[in-house]
Design a protein around this ligand. Structure first.
Ligand code: ADP
Length: 646
């Protein structure tokens, strides 16, 4: 038996391992199983080139728990290690890596998040003692037993081991006794090892029989060694892809809409399958995430810095040995490989969507509502994606017809260009609330878009920036004449004083001061068959408010109260009748003219004895916009009955 000191200068490597990796200590199992799988894969390679003769026999990796001895063992039948190799790979090399790691992060423990691949030594995160029993595949090699109790001293001696391969025995620390529980270990194996390329066995298969759970002879295999993404697309059916989706997300019952199989080997290595899920609300978004693998070993489902943010809405797997895992997350973003990978995925996803749209426009339109949020998010945050997406990003009108923006613009151009040459696209986000406005637009032959998605307002602003002379206007933001101004506005025959008298009469009847701030009364000559009084809401102000709800730094708009124009339509017969009833009087008013005070005579109009009718008209305007509620609504109803009686 030999004794020695592990080849590292720093004495305190073990406390460091425990402390630094504390939050992520469960990865020890992933590290040990990866080593076991690697050793097995190497053996298979050696066998395929004839360096290992004969049948390889049982090559399953096994994980076993001995509750009495408080040990967890990972056993493989891989290439094994000779005493020299243990010395070289375990005693020396592993620690030089750890030392480097230590130096690098000496002063910034908080910067260390994620995965550093301390490999074998991560076993000490949860163990007070670790033993290796190994028998190399090499002829005449003696088996070796290595043991270390979490300090720089180890012992090494010859031993007898019947089978080729390596057993790593962890004597689990009392404080980590959860790793001696079957359920914990099975959970971790399912998380990290589900798609490893060598079978991992843990215990025996169980079955329910006569109300009891019984163990079968058959071993319980954790993993699928040939997951779909490692196979050729031509060998896979649609069903294979769907089945794999459910294998990835056992708790997800919705079917994915479609998938993209990724496969590239230059200038980096990457395989994977991305699925488009149905995304209905923001809540759905982060339940199932893209899983990142490195040669079929699960690494993380936090891929935020590896793929563009909007792609994190997709589901599926990405497997790449070229994504550096042993670095901090902020470093990832600046890594060139990662940038290329991100660009590649963006292109692939955009190309696939373009292809699907081209192949079957109707089918794509059917899926649009489910993928819209994802595509819009991409267009808003990724210029390259935007460029490609213009061919398949769709608009939907109130008839349920879909078209890309350019096609839609061409369709409505004839009828919806205003006198200044702006193409005006009308939209509603609430067809029920805007019913009267929509009906009026239809009489003019205008088309109305449905824009009720969470990102629609942002996308409209983006389209306006990209297309000169394009404006989106919500259907209730002005009179229909003003929404798309064809010629100079219709006129009425009243003087400004007459209109002011009318305006004041309406304003004076707004119930409260708050209402006076909320509703700005104006007189306008709209169409004779439009409502006598109606509400509009300025497009710019409303949109600013809506966008500020999603963005920081725009609180100024967000804090403004909602405000509307209460438009009195001077072309409506009812209003004309009211104007006719106005009485006028002459008043003297002092004005300043050329620095001197002068008295002028002015005509002031007012409207008496019409309160009930004016109130009724205001309420009708509020009602038509869905803003008449509670007590005000009850009063309106009672007043209506009185007016009918009277
Ligand atoms: P890494 O796996 O990143 O190289 P490790 O510390 O996990 O670092 O392992 C160091 C080396 O020890 C491995 O590269 C391998 O040569 C050897 N080794 C570890 N576990 C096994 C095993 N189960 N069978 C054979 N060799 C192993």
């Amino acid at each position: 038996m030999s004794k020695g000191n592990i080849g590292v200068t720093s004495d305190n490597i073990f406390p460091v391992i425990k402390k630094f990796l504390y939050s992520d200590h469960e990865i020890f199992l992933r590290e040990l199983i990866s080593n076991a799988v690697d050793a097995t894969s190497k053996l298979k390679t050696l066998s395929s080139v004839g360096e290992v003769k004969g049948d390889l026999g049982d090559i399953r990796v096994r994980v076993t728990i001995d509750k009495a001895k408080k040990t967890l063992t990972v056993s493989d039948h891989g290439i094994g290690m000779t005493a020299e190799e243990v010395d070289k790979y375990i005693n020396q090399i592993a620690f030089s890596g750890a030392e480097e790691f230590l130096n690098q992060y000496k002063d910034k423990t908080e910067a260390i998040i994620g995965h550093f691949g301390l490999g074998f030594y991560s076993a000490f995160m949860v163990s007070k003692k670790v033993e290796i029993f190994s028998q190399s595949y090499k002829e005449d090699a003696k088996a070796v037993h290595w043991s270390c109790e979490g300090n720089p001293e180890y012992t090494m001696e010859d031993t007898i081991k019947a089978e080729r391969g390596t057993d790593i025995v962890l004597h689990i620390d009392d404080e980590f006794s959860q790793y001696l529980e079957d359920a914990t270990i099975e959970g971790l194996l399912k998380k990290y090892c589900k798609f490893l390329p060598v079978e991992i066995a843990f215990g025996r298969k169980k079955e329910w029989k006569d109300g009891k759970e019984i163990e079968l002879e058959e071993e319980n295999i954790i993993n699928d060694i040939n997951p779909a993404w490692t196979r050729k697309p031509t060998d896979l059916t649609e069903e294979d892809y769907t089945n794999f989706y459910h294998e990835l997300y056992p708790m997800q019952f919705d079917e994915p809409l479609f998938h993209i199989h990724l496969n590239v080997d230059y200038p980096f290595n990457l395989t994977g399958i991305l699925y488009f899920p149905k995304i209905k609300t923001n809540l759905d978004v982060h339940r199932n995430k893209i899983q990142l693998y490195c040669n079929q070993v699960y690494v993380t489902d936090e891929v935020e810095n590896i793929v563009p943010e909007y792609l994190t809405l997709l589901h599926g797997v990405i497997d790449s040995p070229d994504i550096p895992l042993n670095v901090s997350r902020s470093y990832l973003q600046s890594d060139n490989n990662v940038k290329k990978i991100s660009g590649y995925i963006t292109k692939k996803v955009a190309d696939k969507l373009a292809e699907l749209y081209k192949a079957d426009k109707d089918d794509f339109a059917k899926k649009w509502d489910d993928i819209k949020m994802f595509i819009q998010f991409g267009m808003l945050t990724d210029e390259k994606f935007y460029e490609k997406a213009t061919t398949f990003a769709l608009l939907k009108n109130l008839n349920g017809e879909y078209a890309p923006l350019q096609e839609y613009m061409d369709k409505v151009r004839e009828n919806q260009v205003d006198k200044d040459g702006n193409l005006v696209l009308l939209y509603t986000n609430d067809p029920d609330a805007h019913y009267t406005y929509i009906e009026r637009a239809k009489t003019k032959g205008y088309d109305v878009l449905l824009m009720d998605g969470e990102l629609d307002v942002h996308c409209m602003s983006q389209a306006e920036q990209k297309h000169e002379k394009l404006r989106f206007v919500r259907i209730d933001s002005d009179t229909i004449e003003n929404l798309i101004k064809k010629e100079d506005t219709a006129k009425d025959t009243y003087t400004d004083e007459q209109k002011e008298g009318l305006r004041k009469a309406f304003e004076g009847l707004l119930p409260s001061d708050a209402d006076k701030l909320r509703y700005n009364v104006t007189c306008e000559a709209a169409a004779a068959d439009a409502l006598p009084v109606f509400l509009t809401q300025n497009e710019f102000m409303r949109r600013m408010k809506e966008m500020s709800a999603h963005q920081q730094g725009m609180n100024f708009y967000g804090n403004m109260p909602d405000s509307y124009n209460l438009v009195v339509n001077t072309n409506h017969p009812l209003i004309q009748e009211l104007v006719a009833k106005e009485t006028s009087e002459q008043v003297n008013e002092e004005v300043e003219k050329d620095g001197k005070k002068e008295t002028v005579v002015k005509t002031v109009y007012s409207l008496a004895n019409e309160d009930e009718r004016l109130k009724q008209l205001i309420d009708i305007a509020l009602l038509a916009s869905g803003q008449l509620k509670g007590e005000a609504l009850a009063k309106f109803v009672n007043r209506s009955v009185d007016l009918l009686n009277g």
